[in-house]
Design a protein around this ligand. Structure first.
Ligand code: MF3
Ligand code: CO
Ligand code: CO
Length: 248
């Protein structure tokens, strides 16, 4: 069951989401070749906790870190560790913060040093997919118009849309209803309501849409063909006359 947030709850969401946004800006200023993914996680943990918030991925269903740091062929849920960031890598950093009982959630894909035009185009198109999805979005719009917009733009560019993972509602829980797929038929699905808060998060692969799950660690999702993937996410408030992107 999805929830419609009250004004007070939306105020709390705005605060958690502002912390997420600032943390990602801080990571963007500091991330560079030679760091490990664990170093990135340390930046995230320090920044979020310094804001009086909790990095709510830590301990979520046993997840062992404060961020997901996913390099190149890792689509999402890369566990921070000793992998060193190299010149030419693309690195998605996906974080959540909880304060006053409410979560914010966003992801950016960062470029490390000199990145090939091929990979830069993937990152750019993935961000564009998000903005196509929020174009015209408001109360009354069918949920699957979001996925339709993402899929249309990604596939027009020759990319694969990950189906195994989706966006989601968010609020008192990191993951709430409804599920927000990145593919779908225009006009289908429930009609969005003012006061819903959802995460729209295109996960776009340069090659096949198919992914593998690492059963050894239970988290890391990689592209089935080993080609790179990008991820871009924001928490979005649905309003009568449009949206408010809470993590921008
Ligand atoms: N932030 C992710 C999302 O967009 C969830 C990460 S799973 C976790 O839904 F285990 F790392 F928390
Ligand atoms: Co996320
Ligand atoms: Co999310």
């Amino acid at each position: 069951m999805f929830t419609v947030k009250s004004e007070q709850e939306i105020a709390y969401m705005r605060e958690s989401c502002r912390i997420v946004k600032e943390t990602l800006e801080f990571v963007g200023k500091n991330i560079c070749a030679g760091m490990t993914t664990k170093d990135v996680d340390t930046l995230v943990n320090k920044y979020i906790t310094s804001c009086g918030a909790y990095p709510s991925e830590l301990g979520y269903e046993g997840y062992p870190a404060s961020s997901c740091v996913s390099v190149n062929e890792v689509v999402v849920h890369g566990i921070p560790g000793d992998r060193v960031l190299l010149d030419g890598d693309i690195v998605s950093v996906d974080i959540t913060a909880e304060k006053n009982g409410f979560h914010g959630d966003a992801a950016r894909t960062f470029l490390i040093g000199n990145v090939s035009e091929e990979k830069r185009r993937l990152v750019r198109v993935t961000e564009e997919c998000f903005f196509k999805a929020v174009e015209g979005l408001q109360a009354g719009v069918p949920l699957f118009n979001i996925g339709h917009a993402v899929q249309t733009h990604a596939e027009a560019n020759g990319y694969g849309v990950v189906r195994a993972l989706t966006g989601h509602g968010i609020g008192r829980q990191m993951h709430e209803d409804p599920s927000v797929p990145n593919y779908g038929r225009r006009g289908a699905g429930m009609r969005l309501k003012a006061g819903m808060t959802i995460c729209i998060e295109p996960m776009i692969n340069m090659g096949t849409y198919k992914v593998n799950m690492n059963h050894a660690d239970g988290w890391t999702v990689t592209t089935a063909d080993g080609k790179p993937a990008a991820h871009y996410e924001n928490t979005v408030l649905i309003k009568e006359d449009g949206v408010e992107i809470l993590t921008l």
